[in-house]
Each structure stands twice: as C-alpha cells, then as structure tokens.
Design a protein around this ligand. Structure first.
Ligand code: SAM
Length: 282
C-alpha cells in the first residue's frame, strides 16, 4: 500500500530558508565562480554546454524535476526563452525560484508546482519537449517509476537530461553513507543501473558523461568558502547545521577523490509515446 509522505524535505527545507541571503549568494559565488542560484553540483559552464542537448526552441516546454530554487531552470529559460515548469517539494525553494525568475525577466515563462516526485506527476502525458532533473533522482524512492513518468510526459523524441551524484564506483563504508545522506532519503546505485532504467522506460541513451571531477572541484570550493565565512554561517544556520554541512562536504570530497562515488550525466531520447501506466509495472 502506498503511504503518502508529508510535504517536507527535512534538511533541504532548512537550507533553503537562507538561500537568497547575501551571505549564501557570496558563498555560491566563491564556490562555483558564478552564482546561478543552483543547489546542486551543476555550474553555469556545464549548463551552457547542456542547453543544446535539450533541443528546445522559444516555443518549447521544459519540465524540471526537483527544481529547488529554480536557479538552473531560470538559467535555461533565460537562454532559450521557452516555457518552463518546476516541480519541488519545498515551498520555500519555489518561492525563491519565482522571485529569481521575476528579477531575471523570466517570470512569465515560469510555472512552479509543489508536488512529491514519489507520486505520479500531476501533469498530462505528451506535454513537454524536454525534462531536466539535476542531482535529484538519488532522493526519489522509486527511480524506475519517476523515469517512466518522465517518458510519459515527454513528446516522442523528447530529451531527458539528468545527473546522479550517487553512482557507486568503489568501496564505501556505512559511516560514509550516513554522512553523505544528510539531505533526507538518499539511494546510491551501482554503475549501469541508470542506463538500464532509462532503457526499460523506452529511452535511447544518447550521451553519458562522468562529471565527478567537476563535482570534486565544486565541493572543495564550497567547503573552503563556507570555512571562510564560518562565523557568519554559524549565526545564520546554527553551529550544529554548520558542522553537519562541513562533514557532508568533507565526505563528498573523500568519496569523489578516491573514485568511490561518481556523478554521472545521462541524456536519453524518448521513443514512441508512453501511455500512463504502460511502462511501469512495479
Ligand atoms: C540537490 S537539490 C537540486 C535542486 C535543483 N535541481 C538545482 O540543481 O539547483 C534536490 C532537490 O530535490 C528536491 N526533492 C527531493 N526529494 C523530492 C521529492 N520526493 N519530491 C519533490 N522534490 C524532491 C529537494 O527539495 C531539492 O530541492
């Protein structure tokens, strides 16, 4: 029996509370080189490279699953001037995202929807030209179902671009797993799992890139930037949260550095139209 979860993301909701503060902006600027309002491992340069892979035009419709504060989504909308829908569980993140889009002259292009990705998407089939999910699938209880849902809402030939920062490529201890999983439900998957999941949902894999080196660089940058602003951050988020985040970043760095956990980008192209419930039998 499916038991609905309350609309809460635990520590994500806490983190988003201060997301728009000047201090948080400064930390992102120092960590990533350019602050695009991301709460993931993506950088502006990477997204610029990815935009053509979405094959969107001004008339296109883009769906961002787990959009957070809509930074990457607004970045793509600004570049392509297409329409975008962002889905996330965090009301706070969506409010920050709406503000961001309005400030960047994309307010009319953006719709946001508060929903749980563990449930069927509250969207019509065959509606979107591209679907994005940056560093989100590892938080979803049933990835196969979400990938089928992406196939269902895409038009035939539409693109699904997602990243998974939890691909197991080496040995990891239980202690590391618990330090890496501070943002609520987190599933780590072995190499090949995402490829098989895409294929089962009717996608053709057209690109796969290992983005671990860039994650490592960004995590080192984030750790250093947060250390440099330790006192202000402790005041803003509280000492226990500060410590938890530093420990999380240290773990991310150690796991990436010794190639135990990878961040992989996948681009799939949807096949013939997938009707609701057709692809997922789980
Ligand atoms: C690492 S953040 C990525 C945010 C955004 N994609 C970005 O690149 O800035 C993961 C996001 O997934 C959202 N999330 C996690 N589990 C979710 C679920 N079951 N349903 C909806 N959103 C979820 C969190 O609230 C968070 O905003």
């Amino acid at each position: 029996m499916h038991v609905p979860r309350p609309l809460q993301t635990g520590s994500y909701e806490e983190l988003y509370e201060h997301f728009g503060s000047p201090l948080a902006q400064q930390v992102r600027l120092e960590a990533y080189g350019k602050d695009i309002g991301q709460h993931s491992w993506v950088t502006a340069e990477e997204l610029e490279e990815n935009v053509p892979q979405l094959r969107l035009s001004g008339l296109g419709r883009l769906l961002d699953l787990g959009c957070g504060p809509c930074g990457p989504l607004t970045f793509v909308l600004g570049a392509v001037r297409c329409h975008g829908t962002g889905i996330d569980m965090s009301a706070h993140a969506l409010a920050v995202g709406r503000d961001r889009a309005a400030r960047q002259d994309c307010g009319g292009l953006l719709s946001v929807l508060r929903a749980d990705l563990d449930n069927p998407l509250p969207l019509l089939s065959n509606t979107f030209d591209a679907v994005l999910a940056l560093d989100v699938v590892l938080h979803v209880r049933d990835r196969a179902r979400l990938v089928c849902e992406a196939a269902r809402v895409l038009i035939p030939g539409g693109r699904f671009l997602f990243t998974d920062a939890g691909v197991i490529t080496g040995a990891i201890s239980a202690e590391e797993i618990s330090r890496r999983a501070v943002h609520g439900l987190t599933q780590f998957a072995p190499q090949g799992f995402n490829e098989r999941t895409l294929e089962a949902a009717g996608f053709r894999l057209i690109d796969r890139q290992d983005r671990t080196a860039s994650l490592l660089k960004n995590a080192i940058g984030r750790l250093a930037a947060r250390r440099a602003h330790r006192m202000e951050l402790e005041q803003l988020e509280g000492a226990p949260q500060f410590e938890r985040q530093q420990e999380y970043l240290e773990t991310v760095i150690a796991l990436s550095d010794r190639r135990a956990l990878a961040r992989i980008l996948y681009v799939g192209e949807s096949g013939a139209a997938t009707r609701s419930g057709e692809c997922y039998a789980g």
